[in-house]
Design a protein around this ligand. Sequence first.
Ligand code: PBG
Length: 326
Amino acid sequence: MHFPQQRPRRLRRSETIRRMVRETILQVDDLIMPLFVVRGRGIRKEIPPMPGNYQLSVDQLIIEVKEIAALGIPAVLLFGIPEQKDAYGSEAYAKEGVIQQAVRAIKDSVSDLLVITDTCLCDYTSHGHCGVVEEGTVKNDPTLKLLAQAAVSQAEAGADIVAPSDMMDGRVAAIREALDTSGFEDVAIMSYAAKYASAFYGPFRVAADSTPQFGDRRSYQMDPANAAEALREVAMDIEEGADIVMVKPALAYLDVLWRVRTAFDVPVAAYNVSGEFAMVKAAARLGWLEEERAMFEILTAIKRAGADLILTYFAKDAAQRLRRIE
Ligand code: PBG
């Protein structure tokens, strides 16, 4: 293809022609909004590094999810922040746990909104790790039982999809088996399949109060330098029964997302994480970039790289804007 026979600028001359040849169209249906639930009543506490995102008590959560559903956003992802943390994260699988109450309340008051629950222990453990700690290390196999229990209790509360984010080996199989033997064969699993040990989770750990009290998560989350390993992780999770696989974070891992997209044919999700959100918000506040354009560029890039679903704190902002355009 050569100039002057080819002049690519011909197809960029007006917004109308650009619309006609556009390859990637972001839709409200692509978005999933993460939310943080706390105990209490009347609580709506903004998370400082995540403007527009709040720790919500269940009554406030209902107001929020009604708005989200009215915008046409199909799903929310719930994180619970318990009152009491302990070594085994027992509120993660308590019948009256904060997340279980939240799911039931949403299911009682909003129809058609899909509820995804984050299945992990780190929000609930006193040490802040995603698994059982013995002799200063995070133990894999003893954790599986607790994760399976958490998933079943979330399903009992009414969760449509459970999303294990712990990165223990074998958790998808353990959860699938526990769900099936408890009669929840229709509850799907969205696994955080390729989840990296990332600095971009910083603001989330403020939001969920889940910073590890010692060490870090590098013995279970992936090394940011590895991509082939992500394909092995994804293959294992699919074999173990994952319905949807996730790459997380999104922006620094678009190559991984693309590789996963081309290697597998299950739906792929990408998590546009808290730090990625905070960077845009902070720069916009300083007047250093245009927030809305940056948001759409990022979300479109994540979709272009292969995501069918995008978990993002921008979900409400993007949906509001996309609906105005329609
Ligand atoms: C829990 C979990 C984390 C996130 C989602 N689930 C934190 C972590 O692994 O430290 C991060 C989400 C975000 O940064 O937006 N395991």
